[in-house]
Structure formats: C-alpha cells, structure tokens
Design a protein around this ligand. Structure first.
Ligand code: NI
Ligand code: MN
Length: 231
C-alpha cells in the first residue's frame, strides 16, 4: 500500500484508487513549505481530533476536492455549520463499511477542542480493514491498555503512531504500542514539527530495531510502499 507523508501527522494512503487523507496540517507547518496544499488529492479526509495541528487545512481541502470528511459527531456538526456539507459522523467503538473497506473508530487517550474553542467530542484512532491491507492510525494518544483490543479486530500490516512525546506517546511507549497491536512496521508521525517534539531519528529507529520492529520515517513530500498481506 502506498503512503504519502505530508509532514506532522498528515499522510494519505491509496486504497482501491481512492485517496484517503488524514489530519491535514500543511499550511502552518514550517517543515512542509515544499508542499502545495492545493495539489493534495482527497476522496476522504479522516480527522482523529479537532486540534489545529490536525485540522487546519481540512475545510479548504474539503471544499476544493469535495472529499467526504469522517470525524467525531461534534466535529461533523461544526463542519456542517462552517460550509462543509459532505461529512460522515462516527464515534469510538463504531465501524462502517466504506467503498474502499471498513473503518473502526477506536479509543485515543488525548483531548479534542476545536481551534475556535468549540467542543470536539472524543479523540479517535482508526482501524482500516480492506482488501488491499490493514492498518491502524492511532491519532494523538497516550499508550493505552485499550490498544490490546486491536488484534481482536484486525491483523495489521502496519501502524501509524506518534513518536514525538510531550503531547503524545514518545518512542518508548510507541514501541510498546506496536507490540500490543501486534505490528512489525510502524510509520512514525507527530515529531520534529515544534520544539517540544524533536526526536533523534537514529535513536528512535534503533529502539524499534531492538524490539524486532521497523520504524519508517518518510521524508516530507515522499511516498513509501508498505507490504501488506494481500499484496
Ligand atoms: Ni492533539
Ligand atoms: Mn497533535
């Protein structure tokens, strides 16, 4: 499965020809200046929560592309009031069959206010099970025991996990999370963007390697191909 990294926690995957974008935050990311936000394709936009560093470009990309925005009920209502009509509300514990595959919303241990102070509901992670492969994007979260449920729902090919510490899991807890969700390939996100979350890349790779795991840190604006059970 092809994954494109746009910096911070913004990435997209392509499944059945659909571009599925996560947590768009490009315009205000100093590290992502090389990316033209107007060139990012999207058929779907999944939002893990309402914080600006996951949400800032959502309205503009949704309006340009007509993408379906999938988010917590409270964010869906906020978007509808803000001129984005094509939304699909979900909440933790719920699963829906989309045209590209199934998505289950899972618990993330974080917070979720919207940039204007509105209540954003609960933060979420997503478990994707599709004919082209399975993966888990945790969103911003602490290491949480709830992650141990995920192998009951999916045999994962890869996981996208925050590694930056301070606001979310750091590397050590992300290694534990990978073990709990039973995955060997991890794409690290939510690091380096701000002073609080700088990460030593080599040390991070080594900590995953020591646990028998592979940490992928794609350069901003590049694609990687992750092996899946079905490809
Ligand atoms: Ni956050
Ligand atoms: Mn964040």
């Amino acid at each position: 499965m092809k994954l494109t990294y746009y910096g911070h926690s913004c990435f997209s995957v392509e499944i059945k020809g659909k571009h599925i974008l996560f947590d768009p935050f490009v315009t205000y990311n100093e590290l992502a200046k090389s990316i033209d936000v107007n060139s990012i394709p999207a058929d779907y936009i999944f939002l893990s929560h309402g914080h600006a560093d996951h949400f800032a470009d959502c309205v503009a990309i949704a309006q340009r592309t007509g993408a379906t925005v999938v988010a917590a009920w409270e964010i869906h209502e906020w978007l509808n009031k803000s001129g984005v009509a094509n939304t699909h509300p979900m909440n933790t514990g719920g699963k829906w069959n989309f045209d590209f595959g199934a998505v289950k919303c899972v618990v993330a241990q974080h917070s979720s206010g919207l940039p204007d102070g509105s209540y954003g509901g609960n933060p979420m992670g997503f478990v994707f099970t599709t004919e082209e492969g399975n993966f888990y994007y945790s969103g911003d979260t602490a290491l949480t025991m709830d992650m141990q449920l995920i192998p009951r729902w999916a045999k994962l090919d890869f996981a996208v996990l925050p590694i930056g510490d301070n606001f979310t899991m750091g590397v050590e807890d992300a290694v534990q999370a990978a073990e709990w969700v039973n995955v060997d390939h991890i794409v690290g996100v939510h690091y380096d963007t701000f002073g609080f979350i700088r990460v030593d890349h080599e040390k991070a790779r080594e900590m995953f390697r020591n646990a028998g795991l592979t940490l992928h840190l794609p350069a901003i604006g590049t694609d990687i191909t992750l092996q899946t059970g079905n490809s």
